[in-house]
Design a protein around this ligand. Sequence first.
Ligand code: EPU
Length: 420
Amino acid sequence: MESFLIKGGAPLHGEVTISGSKNAALPILAATLLTDEPCVIRRVPDLSDTRFMVQILQSLGATAEFENGTVTVHARKIKGYADYELVRKMRGSICIAGPLLARLRKARISLPGGCIIGARPINLHLKGFASLGVKTKIEGGYIDATVKKLVGNIMFLGGRAGPTVLGTANVMMAATLADGVTVIESAACEPEVVDVANFLNAMGAQIAGAGSPTITVTGVKKLHGAEYEVIPDRIEAATFLIAAGATNGEVTLRGARADHLRAVIDKLHEAGVAVERCGTNLIARRSGKLKPVDITTLPYSGFPTDVQAQMMSLLALAPGLSIITERIFESRFMHVSELARLGADIEIEGPSAIVKGGKPLSGAPVMASDLRASAALVIAGLAAKGTTQVNRIYHLDRGYEQMDAKLRKLGARIQRVEEK
Ligand code: EPU
């Protein structure tokens, strides 16, 4: 296993280009199963998760190639079965269910199971499919889903913690080839859902309202091949903005979408990190001393749960009390005890973390528990005095394209080493 060795204390300076969005690319790649014609997807980030989705497409019978950020898929003839060994490695693989149901009217997919950040149920995906007429049973750890004919319907997809991102994408994909009109109420409004809808429309689907809580899909008979470019990754962008602030540097982001980052930019501003637009670039630098802020994670356009951990590292450096409340996933605080190893003073109280910021951070060996927790530990390591070893960075490689190389270009002293 590999680790990052980080010598902290160097402010980040320079320019970084933001990669394509992982969480948009995954369902978009799955959507290529909806047509027997070739599709070309550009700006796909080269990550273990996207490589893995390409493997899933191949295992279903599609030809799929990944070269220089472009994935070409031709799903001329496919099967509807994805086994445990494939699905267990990546929860996001559940988003092949919608396309398989639309194309083959059946899907047998291993249940993805939970993960470190929470239970991660798929009841809302199944509820949406059931509204379209799909019969599902769960047997031997597999979902067996069949439908004679998908028929459009009105459904409510809101859950305990609000809308579901992949659930919305999944049901929307299934509905593209249904008979009649489907209305998804309490749909997720995330930019990644909008990106999937835009790709589906480029394939000939008729989807209106993506980006709002009501999505209307008018079923069509057939979808055709399309070329598409994935949106920039707003979570990677947020991570670099925060890293600039945490190290007291100045970083220019190329290709990030400010309109997808409003809540993050607003909280950074409150915390003493200014983010300015300069043409199509974003520039982050401190505007003064770091200040404590209170944050609650919410569905889009609220503060993203995927940026909660990274923001906690920044707030650990801000003198005073910050309260971070996690409303999307029930156990997404695994980074707290690792940040404590670097000297951060953070207490968990129910769904909130109380950050008593301003204590000096000093390097230590730490363990990454999930993707965004890893990013938080890297940011803290960059700001800490001395050397931090972040172990198990395979989590980070799932979602950040060449993070170490990008950071090195910004002046960070970071190396990838074999874990001892
Ligand atoms: N939920 C249900 N039932 C469902 C589905 C979800 O109760 O059927 C609950 C979840 O337990 C959670 C909430 O609804 O409390 C939101 O989950 P959602 O379904 O929106 O999450 P997801 O679609 O599985 C995507 C991203 C996550 C990101 C979340 C929230 C992908 C591949 N993953 O997951 O990204 O945190 O949306 O924005 O798109 C990451 O990139 O690090 C990551 C975890």
